[in-house]
Design a protein around this ligand. Structure first.
Ligand SMILES: Nc1ncnc2c1ncn2[C@@H]1O[C@H](COP(=O)(O)OP(=O)(O)OP(=O)(O)O)[C@@H](O)[C@H]1O
Length: 553
């Protein structure tokens, strides 16, 4: 179809899209719009159906039901589900990249970009040998192709490596080359499937820059699947969230990141359990935002973690674990799988604490989903001590299997990873580790399980220990960012931090009877034992501060 229609604000309209694989509904009645000139992100936990949507848009799958309309800049429209697969790039001007890099690794960078323009060159040669004999039309097209390739190599900051084999490039540069190659086809819609997968923070920043540049200078609209929330939150204009093939949220990055349904989907818990879980894991920033909306001073741009709320420094990084969830797995099953994956990854990382996986080996990051699900399930292990809100459903039995996975696997799996382990707290007393900003009661318990009870133990952590602990807690980059070691050193010396003062004042939930009770270094009684906190031994968790769902940091 090629009917000329008036200029449409939407470059892509997905209407009532469904895709079934046998009995599995991978996409169910999905509708959303991607606006022209914008970056639209499609996010969701593993198996939510994001790649299936891409495959329907780019013609790899023919949807079971629904309509996908691409409105080109010249006013023509195409029903993508009806176009033959190979015509989608050429006629509808849709280009895509894949989760796994698909470059011609033996060809040079320049050759990769010229191959992408093969159709144009063939056309210029009249599909004959005239090209070989220097037919002028072909010569001109050939020169233009080289010029376009050079332009995109420059944009991707790769021009000085134009003659190197693509396979020699670092991982992040290969990702940018893929995007440059897609841009050489002159797309009006660029679909990127997890472009930040396996990138380090510097490479993620370079990717963000490239995508923003494309958006600002070419008029190409971008549709993006991404697990790295530092990328999604920093560059997207619009975010669509899927869970089990259905849309659960659709809006600005700010609105989506504080949507309880989205938080629940990523944590793998029911909506009503969200705040209890967040209190447990110590994500008070987000809890506060659920009440007050996003913090304009920090904004999504500075957050490296979708769910962790604002943090103060640069981008977070997804250290990619691959999580495979059985088709049609229940939510609890998915949570199990993610917990297991997190535990397994922790085991493999901590076996050789200083060794980091090579980027190319990082199949796919699902860090937030996995880490949050892992912590979410760990919460179930403390189900007895859990809910911060009386109304919150006790999350005990429903997800008991996940609990088992998280609690029984991790300590064993990580033995040998973090240094300064103790069999028991010194003198029978453990420090209140929740006085360290970033350690909630769940993670305190996980650290205790690992023999970490004291500030000076954390204060003595070296880089490899921090990495091992981050892997163990599935906290990619956060321990370093939040400076746990620095905080622990101060607290170990009996000094306070701004955050510990708030814990001691009962403004932040803690599992300890009082903020400092267990802190042998300080004899000060804390004012927290006022019903705002409760003893871990009693099996109760702190009650949130009035008016807040857990107190802000
Ligand atoms: N060709 C296929 N045949 C059968 N089932 C499929 C096929 N492709 C996808 N699925 C199933 O459809 C569901 C959605 O998968 P999809 O890959 O689209 O999810 P996703 O959100 O992209 O996940 P991830 O973030 O892990 O890449 C999954 O349950 C998956 O197993």
């Amino acid at each position: 179809m090629n009917a000329v229609t008036p200029m449409n604000d939407a470059i892509l309209q997905v209407e009532h899209l469904s895709m079934k694989f046998g009995g599995l509904v991978a996409i169910g009645d999905l509708s959303f719009t991607a606006k022209r000139g914008e970056i639209t992100a499609l996010i969701g936990p593993n198996g939510a159906g994001k790649t299936t949507v891409f495959n329907c848009i780019t013609g790899f799958y023919k949807p079971s039901e629904g309509m996908i309309t691409l409105n080109r800049n010249d006013g023509s429209s195409y029903l993508l589900e009806r176009l033959p697969n190979h015509e989608i790039p050429a006629r509808a001007k849709v280009a895509r990249t894949f989760q796994n890099i698909r470059l011609f690794s033996g060809m040079t960078l320049l050759e990769n970009l010229l191959v992408a323009q093969h159709n144009k060159l063939m056309k210029a040669s009249g599909y004959t040998v005239l090209g070989l004999f220097g037919f002028s039309g072909y010569r001109k097209a050939s020169a233009e192709s080289v010029e376009l390739a050079r332009h995109w190599l420059e944009k991707a900051d790769l021009v000085d490596r134009a003659d190197d084999p693509a396979g020699d490039l670092p991982y992040g540069a290969q990702r940018r080359l893929e995007i440059a190659r897609a841009m050489c086809t002159g797309p009006e819609l660029l679909c990127l499937d997890e472009p930040a997968a396996g990138l380090n923070p510097k490479e993620s920043a370079a990717l963000n820059e490239l995508l923003i540049d494309i958006k600002n200078t070419t008029g190409t609209s971008i549709l993006l699947i991404e697990h790295d929330m530092s990328v999604v939150m920093q560059i997207s204009d619009h975010v669509v969230v899927l869970e089990y093939g259905r849309k659960i949220s659709d809006g600005s990055p700010q609105s989506v990141r504080t949507d309880p349904r989205v938080i629940a989907a990523y944590l793998g818990v029911d909506d009503e359990e969200v705040e209890a879980v967040l209190t447990e894991v110590g994500d008070e920033d987000v809890i506060e935002q659920l009440d007050t909306g996003p913090d304009a001073a920090h904004g999504p741009g500075t957050s490296s973690s979708f769910l962790a709320g604002p943090v103060t420094d640069t981008v977070g990084h997804s250290e990619g674990e691959r999580v495979t969830v059985a088709k049609g797995a229940s939510k609890a099953g998915q949570v199990d799988a993610r917990s297991l994956a997190a535990a397994n990854e922790a085991a493999s990382l901590t076996a050789v604490p200083a060794a980091k996986p090579a980027p190319a080996a990082k199949a796919k990051p699902a860090p937030k989903a996995a880490s949050k699900a892992a912590t979410g399930t760990a919460v179930k292990s403390t189900a007895a001590p859990a809910p911060a809100k009386p109304a919150a459903k006790a999350p005990a039995t429903a997800k008991a299997p996940a609990t088992k996975t998280a609690t029984t696997k991790t300590p064993t799996a990580t033995a040998g990873g973090i240094s300064n382990r103790l069999a028991a707290p010194r003198g029978g007393k453990a420090d209140n580790l929740t006085r360290i900003k970033g350690i909630g009661t769940v993670n305190e318990k996980k650290l205790n399980d690992h023999g970490i009870f004291h500030f000076d133990q954390i204060g003595a952590w070296k880089k490899a220990d921090v990495e091992a602990a981050e892997a163990y807690l599935a906290f990619d980059g956060r321990i370093a960012r939040e400076e746990w070691v620095k905080q622990a050193k101060l607290l170990g010396q009996g000094k306070d931090t701004e955050f510990s003062r708030r814990v001691d004042a009962g403004k932040v939930a803690t599992s300890h009877a009082s903020g400092k009770t267990a802190n042998a270094a300080s004899g000060k009684a804390a004012s927290a034992a006022s019903g705002k906190t409760a003893s871990a031994a009693s099996g109760k968790t702190a009650k949130p501060v009035a008016g807040k769902r857990g107190g802000g940091k």
